[in-house]
Write a protein that binds this ligand. Structure first.
Ligand code: G3I
Length: 455
């Protein structure tokens, strides 16, 4: 069963009464000498929260049979805000017999993710590999129809729950030919890919539709150029494609290329999002992980990064120790490099002089910057924090969207306009990060920072 967020139907206090409640809560917290708002935000200290601050997601491939492993789940829930089922949405898993669909394992992952505010990438609807026996034995128009029915049924089952689908996976050949990969699907006709995309769009019009492949990271490679030409053609002809996934399994035979950023930005310039969908790096070089993250951050349409597993022992290439956590679940140096890269954000172009350093606190009445970052999300409410830079004494105005209501605050002195939806927060000596909890009341729009004034 899919757990859904329900509108909060409990009676709500008036703005004035609610303001008093907030102030009471803040007073109690201050009196307690500790910040005890539930699940305080983790931005800046976890991969997902730091990526969110950059407008991206940070995801992991997840296996349903590991959701009972407490070390695994602890890391998943703490660090990641996007999930890709590693095998559970594939054709052999979801349609083991023709016309018989099994979604139990994939549903477990989707429910785990969505009930915790994580988004889900769907992987994958049409692929030459991991086909069930019945499909492997099909060809021609019967296979084409079976493939389209599979795309339709699976995308429809997850309509509204999957933010992006790898509609077609690995359809191009390796090597220098730039040709399509030979497969039973390819032999149904060259238009099988666009047919799959059209079926996916019809089944779930809200999902982003991606083409996903490996060895497409080096801009000079024939395979990369062939995928690029297909995407350009699709965009020109109106075939519904929204994104391209770069698996990015890097090792000595398929190393991280120095022109990776060029590849990402070139595809993005076609008018599609780009996503790093299955990242792992043999040996987990912190430098290479940092480079990958910085390349994504440098391309505004690079919307997120997924690592292909959590601990090294969870990897399909475990002996390469390619991931961010060791077998015991400890953070590796690569983890530290990724987190630091996410927290530093987009590096300036090399031709841009470094920002000037010096006093950052403007005179009273001057401006400061206030950046909102996402915190923990529950079924009915979510935390946000605001980081203020450029002033030690400040006033920040934040608005939430009705019928949202702010139910608690910390590390600042709040006041309210008559609507109760606009909060003016003043520094109270608790530092430069304040936070608040918003009751969603069915609306999950991010709060907006309206202004920051040094005082
Ligand atoms: O679960 C069964 C187990 O019951 C059985 O005893 C065992 C014996 O072979 O197999 C187990 O299933 C394996 C499954 O992984 C779960 O571990 C399959 O054999 C194995 O083929 C499967 O491998 C997956 C592989 O795709 C299949 O192509 C990997 O986990 C998965 O990480 C990998 O993911 C792919 C992406 O989908 C596409 N890009 C490349 C990437 C790496 O190959």
């Amino acid at each position: 069963m899919i757990e859904r967020h329900h509108r909060d139907t409990r009676p709500r206090p008036s703005p004035r009464a609610r303001g008093a409640l907030v102030l009471t809560a803040v007073g109690l917290l201050a009196a307690a000498g500790a910040m005890v708002v539930p699940g305080s935000a983790n931005a800046g200290t976890t991969l997902g929260a730091s990526a969110a601050e950059r407008g991206r997601y940070f995801g992991a491939a997840v296996a349903a049979n590991k959701l009972g492993d407490s070390t695994y789940v602890t890391i998943l829930n703490r660090e990641f805000n996007s999930v890709t089922p590693e095998n559970e949405m594939k054709i052999d898993a979801t349609e083991p017999q023709q016309g018989v669909f099994t979604f139990a394992n994939a549903d477990r992952i989707v429910n785990h993710a969505r009930s915790r505010g994580m988004s889900v990438r769907g992987h994958t609807l049409a692929w030459h590999s991991q086909q069930p026996g019945w499909m492997q034995n099909m060809s021609g128009s019967a296979l084409r129809q079976a493939m389209l029915n599979h795309v339709t049924q699976v995308a429809a089952h997850y309509r509204g729950q999957v933010v992006a689908w790898d509609v077609v996976n690995e359809a191009f050949a390796d090597g220098g030919s730039g040709a399509r990969r030979d497969s039973n699907l390819q032999r149904t006709g060259n238009d099988w890919i666009e047919a799959a995309f059209r079926a996916a769009r019809a089944a779930d019009p809200g999902a982003k539709l991606c083409y996903n492949d490996y060895n497409t990271d080096d801009w000079t490679h024939a395979k990369t150029q062939a995928v690029y030409a297909m995407v350009r053609d699709f965009k020109q002809r109106g075939v519904p494609i929204d994104c391209v996934g770069f698996q990015s399994h890097f090792n000595s035979g398929s190393p991280y290329p120095g022109n990776y950023r060029t590849t990402l930005s070139s595809f993005a310039a076609l008018g599609v999002d780009v996503q790093i969908t299955e990242l792992d790096i043999a040996g987990a070089s912190p430098t290479t992980y940092r480079n990958v993250v910085n390349d994504c951050l440098a391309v505004s349409r690079c919307t997120g990064i997924t690592v292909w597993g959590i601990r090294d022992s969870d990897s399909w290439r475990a002996s390469d120790t390619p991931l961010l956590f060791d077998n015991g679940g400890n953070r590796k140096p690569a983890y530290d490099a990724v987190l630091a890269a996410l927290n530093n954000g987009t590096p300036p172009p090399t031709s841009t002089p470094p920002p000037t350093t010096g006093p950052t606190t403007p005179p009273p009445g001057g401006s400061c910057t206030a950046t909102l970052r996402d915190g923990t999300r529950w079924g009915d409410r979510f935390n946000s924090e605001v980081v203020v830079n450029g002033a030690t004494s400040w006033t920040v105005v934040v608005a939430v969207t009705p019928p949202q209501k702010i139910s608690a605050t910390w590390n600042g002195s709040p006041s309210w306009d008559t609507s109760g939806n606009v909060m003016t927060m003043r520094s109270n000596g608790s530092g430069n990060v304040f936070g608040f909890t918003t009751m969603a009341n069915g609306n999950w729009t991010r709060p907006q920072v309206r202004s920051c004034t040094a005082s």
